[in-house]
Ligand binder design. Structure first.
Ligand code: HEC
Length: 420
């Protein structure tokens, strides 16, 4: 109990310190201990911590000091923390941008020589053995390690892991931890209800999985996969669902994983782990995730802006909770609009400069109500010109495909159906 209280106290101190400028900073030097560490602990170390996706840790002064100039550049130019939604459209619960005040404090600290300051450094928030979602109630691991070679192209891999759950559970948070994050381009987790196994060839995981009565024009659910409960791309953070909402994991479910490994020049043995935090009681609202995809497109060679549109029709009243746009190296921008049955269009999310390295899930601050008969329309724009520095081949006509050199127009959409 004593430890818990201490940890809570430390967290409280952190948020209080970073929420307003202490009145004396104009006259005294800005220091790591008093001013900067609380900002890093709140906004940076979820990624900049040993074992996480960023290249260096920013937990302590000794670790941060060598990076001071790079840190100033990154935060002043708003490249860190990474966030790509147009701030003029929508409000998001996981918006990790720094306030102007925090940017100013960091820039002044670096300008003044990045001093440490006296006294002990603030304690970082608890690490839970590296699980960002807190201590998981259930951890599932690939049953056999998978060897990712140093070079070449790896076909999609499919794995199954039995949950052995004897009753339904409600997933409050879920975290996917590959052994080496850099080898996983994306990974999708499905929960197949108990039943006979389905031959691999019958499974096409990129199809939409929305019940027909909810989303009129999508493919019906496939026998082999079951609901999508989580996915990560490059740079995606774990899903923590708001209290009172959760995803159902049926008793006896078998987790099926669909993994796109990429080679990094070094061979890696992967044994991905998936951690689940379960809700203590059944939630008021059940969340489900569907895929919005448009597979029929050809992006002409040397074209700087080619738009591809995909739509989901809602047949029932619903609410939207998150949007996760996904395209590859030619992805240039995304936007999502909700068009109600009267034709009124409401912009929900715009990502004016899509970056393949950041496959962010955008979690709405409060869920977006959807009237039956509305359309969710997504527009992805692709840049297949030589001016796109990431473009692997501007002379190619580019179609839907699994490899990073192909393209995808794909978004995960988390929704709930309002109870009547
Ligand atoms: C969502 C994860 C995430 C968060 C949050 C985050 N970073 Fe990063 N950061 C990364 C990754 C991954 C890289 C390396 C790839 C890149 O540069 O895009 C990086 C790179 C950097 C670099 C460049 C390092 C170099 O090689 O020059 C700096 C500096 C940096 N981050 C500072 C920060 C600071 C300061 C914060 C908080 C205010 C922050 N980052 C928050 C993930 C994150």
């Amino acid at each position: 109990m004593r430890l818990v209280a201490a940890a809570l106290f430390a967290l409280g101190a952190v948020s209080a310190a970073s929420s307003q400028v202490p009145p004396d900073t104009a006259t005294r030097p800005i220091t790591f201990v008093a001013d900067v560490a609380p900002i890093f602990h709140k906004h940076c170390i979820s990624c900049h911590r040993a074992g996480e996706m960023a290249p260096m840790s920013l937990v302590t002064y000794a670790e941060s000091r060598p990076w001071a100039k790079a840190i100033r550049n990154q935060v002043v130019e708003r490249r860190m923390p990474p966030w790509f939604a147009d701030p003029a459209i929508g409000h998001f619960a996981n918006d990790i941008r720094l306030s102007d005040r925090d940017v100013d404090v960091i820039a002044r600290w670096v300008g003044e020589g990045a001093p440490r300051g006296d006294g002990p450094e603030p304690t970082p928030p608890e690490n839970n053995d590296g699980w960002r979602i807190g201590k998981p109630d259930l951890v599932l691991k690939l049953q056999q390690p998978f060897d990712v070679p140093a070079r070449g192209i790896v076909e999609y891999q499919y794995f199954q892991i039995p949950t052995n759950l004897t009753e339904d559970r409600w997933v409050q948070a879920i975290e996917i931890r590959p052994t080496d994050r850099r080898t996983v381009h994306h990974l999708r987790v499905f929960a197949r209800p108990p039943g006979p196994d389905v031959p691999r060839a019958a499974i096409s995981p990129d199809r939409s999985l929305c019940p027909e009565e909810v989303c009129g024009d999508l493919e019906p659910p496939l026998a082999g996969f079951g609901p999508n409960i989580a996915s990560i791309g490059v740079g995606t953070l774990p899903d923590v669902f708001p209290l009172g909402t959760a995803k159902r994991l049926k008793a006896g479910s078998v987790i099926s994983l669909h993994v796109h490994y990429v080679t990094t020049g070094t061979s890696v043995t992967d044994q991905t782990e998936i951690g689940f935090v379960f809700a203590k009681s059944p939630p008021a609202i059940e969340l489900k995730t569907i895929s919005l995809a448009q597979e029929k497109f050809v992006i002409p060679p040397k074209t700087a802006s080619h738009a591809v549109v995909g739509t989901v029709h809602f047949q029932v009243d619903a609410a939207l909770w998150t949007l996760g746009p996904h395209s590859h190296l030619r992805g240039k921008s995304w936007r999502f609009d909700l068009i109600d049955p009267e034709g009124q269009q409401r912009p929900l999310l715009a990502v004016p400069q899509f970056d393949f390295n950041w496959q962010t899930h955008y979690v709405f601050d409060s869920p977006i109500p959807v009237k039956a008969g509305s359309r969710l329309q997504a527009t992805a724009v692709f840049d297949n010109s030589p001016a796109n520095q990431d473009n692997p081949d501007p002379d190619a006509a580019v179609r839907w495909g699994n490899q990073t050199t192909d393209e995808m127009m794909f978004a995960s959409v988390t929704y709930s159906v309002k109870s009547p």
